[in-house]
Write a protein that binds this ligand. Structure first.
Ligand SMILES: [Zn+2]
Length: 329
């Protein structure tokens, strides 16, 4: 569908979500949510050091947790998901991708509400104190006075490459030092920080590949190396082999799923925006392709959560009709 029309219908869906929630009983489901960097406040966000991404501050994160506590959700750890969830409750799992040191800022909130969270680690970024490529592209692009559209277009191009190709592209353009983090805003955990963090009872650690590899850009050998090596490196750092994975950028294929099974990974998460319903939850293939929502810090938290919880979206209906009509033409 045309982007402007899709956007308008989505905006209407967000507007009517509170009404839908009060009129139509919410279906019990297991919802997972994705966070990346956690910024102290808007001032840190606007420094240009790191890609603002979803622009989530600690305050936005606290609002998100409070909302779900007030609306009867049970927060679960990956271990509880793997032991099996009851179809009679509404569940939620909090996840953070990449391995940013700034994720430490989530801990006081998690402790305050006694909420577990799953942190997916890009292993070599931690091992080598390497900046994440999207932060480098953003920071250096801004310095070079590129427009936001040009930075976005460059990021979209980089998403189609392997980690080695991305590093070559960035170092050729901005020099060999560009992959060094600037400070606590953009750096990953150090291995010893990650070790200490992982010992916290509310913290669970998962695989996010060795080099934040968009796995569908790799051949079978590359996929195996990215997943299996990350299992080893993470085990070295935290003392156990992850049973969970978040596919970078949500991309996976049959080879990826096969390698995950071989590696003893039981729970895999994408970035497909949808709820997870039982009984599909109990099919092992579905557990490796779980859906996940994303929260944006520049939009109202309640509106977004209402929208995700609502089981009626005009957008889906219009899309269905549009697809049928298109097939007939
Ligand atoms: Zn990621």
């Amino acid at each position: 569908m045309k982007t402007a029309l899709s956007k308008t219908i989505r905006q209407i869906d967000v507007m009517i979500a509170p009404w839908v929630l009060s009129a139509v009983k919410e279906l019990n489901a297991f919802n997972t949510y994705l966070f990346h960097a956690l910024f102290i406040d808007k001032a840190e966000l606007s420094k240009g050091i790191a890609d603002p991404q979803q622009q989530v501050t600690v305050d936005v994160f606290r609002q998100f947790i409070t909302y779900h506590k007030e609306n009867g959700f049970t927060f679960v750890s990956p271990d509880e998901v793997l032991r099996g969830l009851s179809p009679d409750k509404k569940y939620i799992m909090v996840t953070f991708d990449d391995g940013y040191y700034n994720n430490l800022r989530a801990l006081p909130v998690l402790e305050e509400f006694n909420v577990p969270a799953l942190f997916f680690i890009s292993a070599n970024h931690v091992r080598y104190n390497k900046a994440f490529w999207w932060d480098v592209a953003y920071r250096e692009g801004k310095k070079a006075r590129m427009t936001d559209d040009a930075i976005l277009a460059e990021k979209e191009h980089l998403l189609t490459l392997t980690d080695v190709e991305i590093d070559t592209y960035l170092t050729n353009k901005y020099g060999p030092g560009c992959l060094k983090p600037i400070g606590d805003t953009d750096r990953p955990f150090t291995p010893s920080e990650l070790h200490t963090f992982s010992q916290h009872p509310l913290v669970y650690i998962g695989n996010h590949t060795c080099d934040h590899a968009v796995l569908t850009n790799y051949d079978a050998e590359g996929i195996k190396e990215q997943i299996s090596k990350a299992q080893e490196i993470i085990e070295d750092m935290v003392g156990y082999r992850p049973e969970t994975i978040a596919y970078p950028c949500g991309e996976f294929n049959d080879t990826v799923l096969q390698v995950c099974k071989q590696e003893g990974i039981k729970l895999g998460i994408t970035v497909h925006h949808a709820k997870n319903f039982s009984p599909q939850l109990y099919d092992s293939k579905n557990l490796l392709t779980l859906n996940r929502f994303t929260i944006w810090g520049d939009q109202d938290v309640k509106n977004q959560c209402d929208f995700y919880r609502s089981d009626y979206h005009m957008f889906d209906k219009v899309k269905e009709v549009y697809t049928k009509l298109k097939a007939k033409i």
